[in-house]
Design a protein around this ligand. Structure first.
Ligand SMILES: Cc1cc2nc3c(=O)[nH]c(=O)nc-3n(C[C@H](O)[C@H](O)[C@H](O)COP(=O)(O)OP(=O)(O)OC[C@H]3O[C@@H](n4cnc5c(N)ncnc54)[C@H](O)[C@@H]3O)c2cc1C
Length: 576
C-alpha cells in the first residue's frame, strides 16, 4: 500500500518520498523523536512499531515484579514541564505499569498515535542511491520511502533464548520474560522453573517465590551482585520537595557521567581498610538504589576499589542466606561488582531460605535439553508446569541487526558490523546516509539512566536536520576517517575500565557467534554530550553534508577531527 505524500518541509528533495522521516520504535526514543521532528521541525513523520501500543520496554516487559531500577524522579522526559507534572512520584521506583501509563499519556497528550503504525515490524531498509532516500519494508508487505531513517529500536528489545534442544517440546506454560502474556498468570500450586538470574530473573524469582508455587527452581549460570532497591511510597513532604527541585535534579542528571544526579563521595578505596570501606558503604546499602555505586569514583576502573566493594556485597549476600552451600553458589567470585548491569533486589536472597525454593547451578549441572514435562540436566530430570526464560537480550545491536539494512554501494549493516559495531558518535555510520541511531552502539546508552542519553540524541538529531534544511543540504554521512577515530576513542575509554574483565551483554558474550567487542561508550554521558555538541557547533565536524547524492564522497579531504583528543586523531592515518 502506497502512503499519501504529506506536506514536506524538506524542499530540496530530488524525488518525492512518502514521508520526510520514518521513526522505528515507539518507546522513550521513538516517541520523542516523532514529536520533535514533526512538531518542532515540521517534518512529515511516520512511526512504525512492532507492538500494538506505545511503551517499548515497558510494553513488552510486563512480567510479575517488573519495575524500574532508576528512581521515578529521573526516569522520565525532561523536555516538557506539563508532562513531568503528570508523572506520578508516589513511589521511589516506578512499576512497569506506571512507566507504561506515563508513555501512553505522553502519546495522547502530544497526539502521536495518529502518526504511528502499530503491529508492524520493519524488516528491511534500503538506501536508494539513485534518488538518495530510504525505502523501508515491513512485515505487512508495505514499502515506504523517506529522506531520513531514525531508529529508536532500543538496546534491550530483542529477546534472547539459548538454543536449548527440545525447546518446542515442552507442553506446559513457557515464555521469555519480555514476551509475557497480557493475561494474569497464576503460580499457585505450580512447579515453576526460572532460567536466568540477571536483573529480570531476580525480579521474577522474588515475586514467584511469594505466589505460593508448589516448587520454584532457579537455574543459575552466573551469580550477580544484587544490591537493595528499598522501594517505598514517598510521603507528601518528600514528593513536594522533589517537585520543587526537579528542574535542578534533572539538570544535574543530564550533566553527570551516569545520567543519575549523584556525585561520587570518595575518589578511591585503594588506600582504605575494609572497615573504613564498610563504614562508607553501610549507609548506602541501607538507603538502596544505584547511589550505592557512587561511593567511590574509581569503582569501575580500579581493581582494588572494585574488590573491596565486591567483598562488602559478598558478605551481605551471605548474611541473608541460611544454607551455606546455597550462599556459596549465590556469591559471585569470578568478576567485580559493576562490570555488568547491576541488578537490584527487594527480598531476593531470603527466598532461598524457603523450603519450596531451590537453586540449580547450571555450570555444575548443565541443561541438556527441554523435554515435554520439564528440564533435563546432566544429572537428572526436573518436572515443571511452567518454564520462564529470563535469559536476557541480544543487547545493543540485536534489534538493528534483525532489520536487513543496506546502505550505499550495496553495503549491508550485517557486513559492516561483522567484527562488531562501527559508528560515528553512536549516532550514524559511514555508508549509511541520513540514518540516525538513537542510543546506538558506541554511545553511553545502557551504561546510564537511559532517558537522559535518549533526550540528548533526539535533540542532536533534530538540530542536525534543522541545520540541513537551513543550509540546503539533503544528505548527511560521517566520513570513514571520523568513524575510525570514534572507534579508537571508544576503545581507549573502554580500556580504562574493568568492563572487559567479565562476560556480559555489554560485550555480546551472552549470544553465541556475536563479536565480543565492548559496545558502549564508557567515557560518561556528560563528556559524550559535550563531544556531540561540539561536533555540531563546528558545523558537524566529521560529517559530509551535501545537496545531492552525486556529490556524496566527492567533497575532497576531510578536515582533522579537533573534537576528539589528540591521541585519537593522531592514530588515524590520513589515507583512511
Ligand atoms: C526489564 C528492563 C528494565 C529496565 N530498567 C531500566 C532502568 O531501571 N533504568 C534505565 O535507565 N533503563 C532501564 N532499561 C532500559 C530501557 O530499555 C530504557 O530505559 C528505555 O526504555 C529504552 O527506550 P527506547 O525507546 O530506546 O527502546 P525500547 O523501549 O526498547 O523501545 C524500542 C521499540 O522499538 C520497537 N522495535 C524494535 N525493532 C523494531 C522493528 N524492526 N520494527 C518495528 N518496531 C521495532 C520495539 O518493539 C520497541 O517497542 C530496562 C530495560 C529492561 C528490558
Amino acid at each position: 500500500m502506497k502512503q499519501t505524500k504529506e506536506q514536506s518541509v524538506v524542499s530540496q528533495a530530488d524525488t518525492e518520498t512518502d514521508y520526510d522521516a520514518i521513526v522505528v520504535g515507539a518507546g522513550f526514543a521513538g516517541l520523542y523523536a516523532l514529536h520533535s521532528l514533526r512538531d518542532k521541525v515540521g517534518l512529515s513523520v511516520k512511526g512504525i512499531e512492532k507492538a500494538d501500543d506505545v511503551g517499548g520496554t515497558w510494553y513488552w516487559n510486563r512480567y510479575p515484579g517488573a519495575q524500574c531500577d532508576s528512581q521515578s524522579f529521573i526516569y522520565c522526559y525532561s523536555f516538557s514541564d506539563e508532562i513531568r507534572e503528570e508523572w506520578d512520584l508516589e513511589r521511589r521506583f516506578p512499576k512497569q505499569s506506571e512507566v507504561l501509563d506515563n508513555l501512553r499519556f505522553v502519546a495522547d497528550k502530544l497526539d502521536l498515535r495518529r502518526d504511528i503504525q502499530f503491529g508492524t515490524a520493519v524488516t528491511a531498509a534500503t538506501f536508494n542511491e539513485e534518488d538518495g532516500h530510504w525505502e523501508v519494508s515491513t512485515d505487512t508487505e508495505e514499502t515506504i520511502s523517506a529522506q531520513f531513517l531514525i531508529s529508536g529500536t532500543g538496546g534491550l528489545s530483542e529477546p534472547y533464548i539459548p538454543d536449548f534442544d527440545g525447546i518446542d517440546d515442552f507442553e506446559g506454560f513457557s515464555t521469555h520474560s519480555a514476551r509475557w502474556p497480557k493475561e494474569t498468570v497464576e503460580f499457585a500450586d505450580k512447579r515453576v522453573a526460572v532460567i536466568g538470574t540477571g536483573s529480570t530473573g531476580i525480579q521474577i524469582i522474588q515475586e514467584v517465590a511469594k505466589s505460593d508455587p508448589e516448587q520454584l527452581s532457579v537455574f543459575q549460570r552466573t551469580p550477580n551482585y544484587a544490591t537493595p532497591k528499598r522501594d517505598r511510597r514517598l510521603d507528601e513532604m518528600e514528593e513536594a520537595e522533589i517537585r520543587a527541585n526537579q528542574d535542578e535534579i534533572l539538570e544535574k542528571a543530564h550533566n553527570t557521567g551516569s545520567g543519575y544526579p549523584f556525585d561520587s563521595s570518595y575518589e578511591t578505596a585503594e588506600e582504605m581498610t575494609m572497615e573504613e570501606v564498610e563504614e562508607i558503604l553501610e549507609p548506602r546499602w541501607q538507603e538502596g538504589g544505584f547511589q550505592f555505586f557512587t561511593a567511590f569514583d574509581d569503582l569501575r576502573e580500579n581493581e582494588e576499589t572494585a574488590e573491596k566493594v565486591s567483598e562488602f556485597v559478598r558478605r551481605k549476600i551471605r548474611e541473608q542466606v541460611d544454607d551455606e552451600a546455597t550462599a556459596d553458589k549465590l556469591v559471585p567470585t569470578d568478576h567485580y561488582i559493576g562490570t555488568k548491569r547491576p541488578p537490584q533486589f527487594t527480598d531476593y536472597y531470603e527466598q532461598f531460605n524457603k523450603e519450596h525454593v531451590s537453586l540449580v547451578d547450571v555450570t555444575e549441572k548443565p541443561i541438556e535439553r527441554i523435554t515435554a514435562t520439564g528440564i533435563q540436566t546432566t544429572d537428572r530430570h526436573h518436572e515443571f508446569d511452567m518454564i520462564i526464560y529470563a535469559t536476557g537480550f541480544d543487547a545493543v545491536t540485536g534489534a538493528l541487526r534483525k532489520i536487513d539494512i543496506q546502505g550505499r554501494d550495496g553495503l549491508t549493516l550485517e557486513e559492516k558490523w561483522a567484527g562488531g559495531p562501527e559508528s560515528y558518535l553512536g549516532l550514524s555510520m559511514h555508508g549509511f546516509p541520513n540514518l540516525f541511531t538513537i542510543t546506538g552502539p558506541q554511545s553511553p546508552s545502557l551504561l546510564s539512566n537511559v532517558p537522559v542519553p535518549i533526550e540528548h540524541h533526539v535533540e542532536w538529531i533534530t538540530n542536525a536536520v534543522e541545520y540541513m534544511i537551513d543550509e540546503g543540504h539533503r544528505l548527511i554521512e560521517p566520513t570513514k576517517k571520523a568513524e575510525k577515530a570514534w572507534g579508537i576513542h571508544n576503545r581507549k575509554e573502554a580500556d580504562k575500565t574493568l568492563y572487559k574483565t567479565t562476560d556480559s551483554y555489554y560485550l555480546g558474550t551472552n549470544v553465541p557467534d556475536k563479536p565480543n567487542v565492548f559496545m558502549l561508550y564508557a567515557g560518561g554521558v556528560d563528556s559524550y554530550h559535550d563531544i556531540i555538541l561540539e561536533v555540531a557547533k563546528k558545523g558537524y565536524e566529521g560529517f559530509e553534508l551535501t545537496d545531492s547524492i552525486q556529490n556524496l564522497g566527492k567533497s575532497g579531504d576531510t578536515p582533522e577531527l579537533s573534537v576528539l583528543n589528540e591521541t585519537t586523531t593522531e592514530s588515524v592515518s590520513s589515507d583512511d
